[in-house]
Each structure stands twice: as structure tokens, then as C-alpha cells.
Design a protein around this ligand. Structure first.
Ligand SMILES: Nc1nc2c(c(=O)[nH]1)N[C@@H](CN(C=O)c1ccc(C(=O)N[C@@H](CCC(=O)O)C(=O)O)cc1)CN2
Ligand SMILES: NCC(=O)N[C@@H]1O[C@H](COP(=O)([O-])[O-])[C@@H](O)[C@H]1O
Length: 306
């Protein structure tokens, strides 16, 4: 990989340090083999001739021209974002399905923006055009599709039209995040082992038709037999909540918990878990055991699975 750099005065270095695209500075310091103080003193360093194959693969970024504030020199940095590689892995295109406030969607989106998830949301699907999740998507420039078509949402798509519409976005994975309608078999066939859902109980307990939102937590509390609950992330199949489980977390149930208190405690763990699972699927760290069970390879220790 070759990139063309010319580094100018100190003002540029400070703007690089503040530059939101953090990939630039490590590349400059590591590839230029200069300490930050040396780099600051450099009036011009041409890295044009370096061959970068032995440097850590870059998270390639947008083609940019950064102009120095205090001189007429320019830092011209050109590297290609087309694949946006991180450790050789392409950034993944994500679709999200919501029906409500979309706090799980927002949590994963924030993790993308902070660089923890190597993906991008390219489209949102909802059965409620005015829900909080759809409003957040519009505010962040993410297209919104309505599915399914109902009396209340007559502009909604049919199942086949949904599959056709989504195919234009080159989606790698679909995340269901508080979506309350059944995903049609046409979509499941179009995205095998690529649709995930988060459910607010430890499946298979308290799942299936009728188990959504606060209803789940009321059932857990009413059962009396639980000292713990927690979220589950699973792959989606044709039925509600019966797909292969990928991740779960344990959350304590307090003896006089209300459904709202338990829901809030579980939701906090949902946000963390969905961001971690999204990171794993985008980094291609999910593998399938011979018995068909999906497992996540640890980022820190490739020998460890969970
Ligand atoms: N094919 C699949 N579709 C969906 C799944 C799935 O596992 N397979 N998960 C759900 C999410 N979910 C639980 O995690 C869930 C959502 C909704 C219901 C439910 O009973 N819905 C009611 C309608 C509710 C409404 O319209 O307000 C119903 O179908 O009568 C159960 C579980 C998303 N889709
Ligand atoms: N069975 C599906 C279900 O109950 N999903 C649950 O709906 C909530 C959506 O919150 P959000 O819209 O703020 O992400 C979450 O708690 C999610 O687990």
C-alpha cells in the first residue's frame, strides 16, 4: 500500500492530533519513524517513496486535503476509503429494524462513531414511521423504509418489495432492535445466518409470541422462581425467538423489582452486549461450531471463545 504524504509546519501537526480521523497520526508517526517532537520540527517529510506493506494495515479513510492554517503548504494525504479496511477486514454494511425508541440502535451507532464497531448503518426499517428510532435515523442521514404495509402505514412495503429494496444497500448484517413484527421467510432466506435479534430475557425462557417489551419483565417477576434475568442475542429464524443463541448476559432480579426497574437494568446490559456483538460480526469473529452453535472469538485472545 502506498500513500503520499508531505508534512508541513507545527500547526498541521496539532490539527492532525485533533483530527477526528485518528488513523492519520499513527500512520504518520509509525511510518515516518519519527517521534511526535521530531515530527513537529519537520518542515517537510515526504513519505511518497515508502512501501507500506509492512506497516499495520490502515483503517483507510476518505480522500482528503488538509490545509495548514499558518502556511501555504498543504498536507496532501490521499488514501482510499473504498473498502475502509481494518486489519484487512472490510467495514460491514448494517441494516437495523426498530419499532420504538431505538436505544439499542443508538448504542450500536454510537459505538460505530467511536470506532469500536467496524460497520456503518446504511438503512433503517420500521413499522412505525414516527417512532424514536426512525427520527434518530433521519437526524443522522440514514434512510428509512417502512415495513410492513398496514392500514396505519399504507406506504409500507410488501415482503418481496422489502427484500428488493434492501438488496440495493449491499447489506452484510441485519440487526433487529426492538422490532415487534415477524420477519418474513423471504428476508430470512435472503440473509442466511445474517439476521440478529436482541431479546430482554434469557431465552428460551420468556420468549415467543406475546413476549415483548415490559411484558417480558412482568412475566419474569411473576414467575417468582428467578433470581436473575438478562438479555439474549440470537440469530433469527422463521419463528419468534427460536433461532441459535449467540450471546447472553446475567442480570440480577431484586426481590421487590418492578417491571420497569428490571427492564432498565436489563436494557443497560443490552446496549453493552449489542455493541460488543456488532463489533464481533463486523470483524468476522463469529464462527459456527460443528454442532451448529455460533460462538464469538475473543478480540483480545484469539484462543478464547464465548
Ligand atoms: N422471524 C422472526 N421475526 C422476529 C423475531 C424472530 O425471532 N424471528 N424476533 C422478534 C422480536 N421479538 C422478540 O425478541 C418479538 C417481537 C414481537 C413479538 C410479538 O408477539 N408481537 C405481536 C405484535 C406486537 C405489536 O404489533 O405491537 C404479535 O406478533 O402478535 C414477539 C417477539 C422480531 N421479529
Ligand atoms: N421481543 C422483542 C423485545 O422485547 N425487544 C426489546 O424491546 C426493547 C427495545 O428497546 P429500544 O427500542 O430502546 O432498543 C429492548 O429491551 C429489546 O430487548
Amino acid at each position: 500500500m502506498e500513500a503520499l504524504f508531505s508534512v508541513c509546519s507545527n500547526s498541521l501537526f496539532s490539527s492532525l492530533q485533533n483530527h477526528k480521523n485518528k488513523t492519520l497520526l499513527p500512520f504518520l508517526t509509525s511510518d515516518s519513524r519519527l517521534s511526535s517532537s521530531q515530527l513537529k520540527s519537520q518542515s517537510r517529510v515526504s513519505l511518497k517513496s515508502h512501501d507500506f506493506h509492512d506497516f499495520p494495515p490502515l483503517v483507510a479513510s476518505r480522500r482528503r486535503v488538509l490545509k495548514c492554517r499558518s502556511s501555504n503548504e498543504q498536507l496532501e494525504t490521499s488514501f482510499d476509503e473504498s473498502e475502509s479496511l481494518k486489519n484487512g477486514v472490510r467495514r460491514k454494511n448494517l441494516a437495523v429494524f426498530v419499532s420504538g425508541g431505538g436505544s439499542n440502535f443508538r448504542a450500536v451507532h454510537q459505538a460505530i462513531l467511536s470506532g469500536d464497531v467496524h460497520g456503518r448503518f446504511v438503512v433503517l426499517v420500521t413499522n412505525k414511521h414516527d417512532c424514536g428510532g426512525a427520527q434518530y435515523a433521519r437526524e443522522n442521514g440514514i434512510p428509512v423504509i417502512i415495513y410492513p404495509s398496514t392500514k396505519k402505514e399504507p406506504e409500507g412495503l410488501s415482503s418481496n418489495d422489502l427484500v428488493a429494496a434492501l438488496s440495493t444497500y449491499k447489506i452484510d448484517f441485519i440487526l433487529l432492535a426492538g422490532y415487534l413484527k415477524l420477519i418474513p421467510s423471504e428476508l430470512i432466506r435472503a440473509y442466511p445466518n445474517s439476521i440478529l435479534n436482541i431479546h430482554p430475557s434469557l431465552l428460551p425462557a420468556f420468549g415467543g409470541k406475546g413476549y415483548y417489551g415490559t411484558k417480558v419483565h412482568k412475566a419474569v417477576i411473576a414467575s417468582g422462581a428467578r433470581r436473575y434475568s438478562g438479555p439474549t442475542i440470537h440469530f433469527v429464524d422463521e419463528n419468534y425467538d427460536t433461532g441459535r443463541i449467540l450471546a447472553q448476559r446475567i442480570v440480577p432480579v431484586v426481590v421487590n423489582d418492578t417491571a420497569e426497574e428490571l427492564a432498565a437494568r436489563v436494557l443497560r446490559q443490552e446496549h453493552k452486549m449489542y455493541a460488543e456483538v456488532a463489533a464481533a460480526i463486523c470483524e468476522e469473529r463469529v464462527i459456527w461450531r460443528e454442532d451448529g452453535v455460533p460462538i464469538i472469538r475473543s478480540k483480545a485472545d484469539p484462543e478464547h471463545y464465548s
